[in-house]
Ligand binder design. Structure first.
Ligand SMILES: Nc1ncnc2c1ncn2[C@@H]1O[C@H](COP(=O)(O)OP(=O)(O)OP(=O)(O)O)[C@@H](O)[C@H]1O
Ligand SMILES: [Mg+2]
Length: 235
C-alpha cells in the first residue's frame, strides 16, 4: 500500500444527518462511509442539494452527525466536547468557505496572515510565506488593498491563503474556485497540490467542475445523501 494512504486522517463511518426544523425532518446524509489518507487530495462532486456542504461541515466537526462516527487522526470526535472540538479544529483544520468573512479594515496581507498573529506565529519567515502564497495566487500587487477594493474572486483568494497560512494538516474547501477564472483556478489548485505533495496536507474539496476535480487524486460523487460512485483521477 502507498505509504501516505496507509493511515486514515479522516474516517467517516456510517454517517447519517437529519436536519430537524419545527415541522419537518430532512435526511441530508443517508449513509456515508469514506476514508481519506494522509496527504491525499480528494474531491467531492454531486448535484446541488446532494449533501456536499453537509458532509464537509460534519468532517470539519462544525456539526455533529445524527448517527455514525467521524474520526480525525484516529480520534472519535463524537466523544469530544464542543470545547475540545474547537481546539481540534484550530490545530488541525483549515477551512475555505464560500463566504469569505474578511475583516473589512485590514489589508489583503493582514487578512491573509491574521491566523499567524492570533497564534503568535508571526515570524518573519511565516510572514514571508504569506507574501509568497498571495503572489502564487496572483495577488502580488494587491497585498495592500482592503476587501472592498478587491473583486469577489480576489477576496476569495485572500480567504484561501488565510486558510493555508498556518499549514494545517487538513484542508476542507467548499467550492474554493467558485468565483475564479480557469487560469486563477489552476494557480489555486497548484498551491493545494503542492501542499499535499510537500507537506502531506490532507485535502477534501467540493467542486461542481470536473476540470477542477481533475487536479485531485480521487473523486467521490454524492447523490441524495449517498456516495453514488468513486473515481481514481491520478496517482
Ligand atoms: N440547516 C439546514 N436545515 C435544513 N435543511 C438543510 C440545512 N442545510 C442543508 N439542508 C438541506 O440538506 C440538503 C443538502 O444540503 P447541502 O447544503 O449539503 O447540499 P450541497 O450538496 O452542498 O448543495 P450545493 O451544491 O447547492 O451547495 C439540501 O436539500 C438542503 O436543503
Ligand atoms: Mg454546498
Amino acid at each position: 500500500m502507498h505509504e501516505k494512504q496507509s493511515k486514515s486522517v479522516i474516517r467517516v463511518e456510517k454517517v447519517k444527518k437529519v436536519y430537524k426544523t419545527k415541522k419537518l425532518e430532512y435526511l441530508a446524509i443517508r449513509d456515508i462511509s469514506m476514508s481519506v489518507g494522509r496527504g491525499e487530495f480528494v474531491s467531492v462532486l454531486g448535484p446541488s442539494g446532494s449533501g456536499k456542504t453537509t458532509l464537509m461541515n460534519l468532517i470539519g466537526t462544525l456539526d455533529r452527525p445524527t448517527h455514525g462516527r467521524i474520526f480525525i487522526d484516529g480520534v472519535d470526535t463524537s466523544e469530544l466536547s464542543d470545547r475540545e472540538l474547537s481546539i481540534l479544529r484550530n490545530r488541525k483544520i483549515g477551512f475555505i468557505f464560500q463566504s469569505y468573512n474578511l475583516v473589512p479594515y485590514l489589508t489583503a496581507f493582514e487578512n491573509a496572515t491574521l491566523p499567524l498573529m492570533v497564534d503568535g506565529l508571526d515570524s518573519p519567515e511565516n510572514l514571508a510565506r504569506g507574501k509568497e502564497l498571495l503572489a502564487a495566487v496572483g495577488l502580488g500587487e494587491k497585498m495592500g488593498k482592503k476587501p472592498n477594493e478587491l473583486s469577489g474572486g480576489e477576496q476569495q483568494r485572500v480567504a484561501i491563503v488565510r486558510a493555508l497560512i498556518n499549514n494545517p494538516p487538513i484542508i476542507l474547501a467548499d467550492e474554493p474556485t467558485g468565483n475564479l477564472d480557469s487560469k486563477t483556478s489552476d494557480a489555486v489548485m497548484d498551491v493545494l497540490k503542492k501542499m499535499a505533495k510537500e507537506n502531506n496536507t490532507t485535502i477534501v474539496m467540493v467542486t461542481h467542475e470536473e476540470d477542477i476535480a481533475a487536479h485531485s487524486e480521487r473523486s467521490v460523487y454524492l447523490r441524495d445523501g449517498l456516495v453514488e460512485r468513486e473515481k481514481m483521477v491520478r496517482k
